[in-house]
Write a protein that binds this ligand. Structure first.
Ligand code: AMP
Ligand code: MN
Ligand code: MN
Length: 330
């Protein structure tokens, strides 16, 4: 089985991370492509924290974040390109170098050290220094530990960004990754002024009507047998529905794994580039992270993903047969 061997960050790793940050002046902070709330929240939380100690930071992401996160301070400062004018690259909530996307340009950035803050057990340790803590529910909690270690005052903008990350990756404290430590982190962030219920409403509960139209069609297309639920969202479907927002599954994979019948769920979404983005979920005891890793992606045991070439039919066949194996072997 393909695995990079998860190893929790040590005290020495942390000291090296702090040293890299202290000696740098200009930081390019990059989060993963197709960003979710933890990607954006931990990216901006890190940005505000480093600016508070005098660093110049450019937050960046290849793809545009969903507008529902526009309430986050400095949301509009996220760039999709970067020049070479930096002395440190920081990769956040991102398990491998490729997933940093087109912001990271080897010809410009190869000579720079990379510092990684992540919580994916599938992390490939692509950094010069890697702070990976797979026991944490969100990258935001990794950044919170950094802020606390460096004794940076937990200002309102940092706290709101980080609580958005934590709330997003736990779907408002409902995932199995939610621990007493996550709740303690949430309390710390609330006490620093992060508005919990407003964040839950904006980041998790409310959504554009188009989302539930995608969801509706996706549910109609769902196949469910022997504990595997899967569905597809093609470009054609999006065009027929006249949907402008061109990414995401509208919450479909979550809806599928939350049915009594499903042990494993997968949604295949054709992205604007014609590639197939696969979102996978497993009930406790069904690890989908290794399947994602085998197909060049990554994630956590209960929630993982990968991106495959089209056409849709081939991607579905490859992944579905592998997921059936996960169910049989469990
Ligand atoms: P999603 O299904 O997009 O909500 O993603 C579930 C988890 O898998 C998240 O932690 C993602 O960061 C991770 N993930 C999704 N797609 C990929 C990919 N192509 N490569 C690596 N990790 C991924
Ligand atoms: Mn993420
Ligand atoms: Mn995350």
């Amino acid at each position: 089985m393909m695995t990079f061997g998860y190893k929790r960050a040590t005290e020495q790793d942390w000291q090296q991370a702090e040293q890299l940050l202290r000696q740098s002046k200009r930081i390019l902070a990059i989060t993963h492509m197709s960003p979710d709330g933890d990607a954006i929240g931990s990216l901006l939380g890190f940005t505000h924290a480093m600016r508070a100690i005098g660093k110049t930071v450019t937050p960046a992401c290849q793809d545009k974040a969903q507008m529902k996160f526009a309430y986050l301070p400095s949301f509009n400062e996220i760039r999709d390109k970067a020049n070479a004018d930096y002395d440190l690259i920081v990769g956040i909530d991102c398990s491998d170098l490729q997933r940093l996307g087109s912001v990271y340009q080897p010809q410009l950035h190869k000579h720079l050290p990379i510092l990684v803050f992540d919580h994916h057990i599938t992390n490939t340790y692509y950094g010069t220094v890697n702070i990976v803590i797979g026991e944490l529910a969100s990258a935001a909690e990794v950044i919170l530990q950094l802020v606390q270690r460096m004794k940076i005052p937990l200002a309102h903008d940092i706290a709101t960004s980080l609580l958005t990350g934590l709330v997003s990756d736990t779907q408002a404290f409902r995932t199995t990754s939610t621990t007493a430590e996550s709740m303690a982190a949430a309390m710390t962030l609330m006490k620093a002024g992060a508005p919990l219920t407003e964040i839950i409403t904006k980041a998790v509960v409310t959504q554009p009507f188009d989302n539930i139209r995608v969801l509706g069609e996706g549910i109609r297309n769902t196949k469910m047998d022997d504990g595997l639920a899967y569905s597809t969202i093609s470009r054609k479907l999006r065009n027929e529905l006249g949907i402008k927002d061109d990414r995401g599954d509208g919450g479909l994979v979550t809806a599928l794994i939350n049915t009594y019948e499903a042990k494993v769920a997968a949604v295949f979404t054709e992205n604007p580039e014609g590639k197939i983005e696969v979102s996978m979920r497993g009930r406790p005891g069904y690890d989908v992270s290794q399947v994602a890793l085998e197909f060049g992606g990554g994630g956590h045991a209960p929630a993982a993903g990968c991106t495959l070439p089209g056409p849709m039919r081939d991607a579905v066949n490859r992944v579905v047969s592998r997921l059936r194996q996960v169910i049989i072997e469990a």
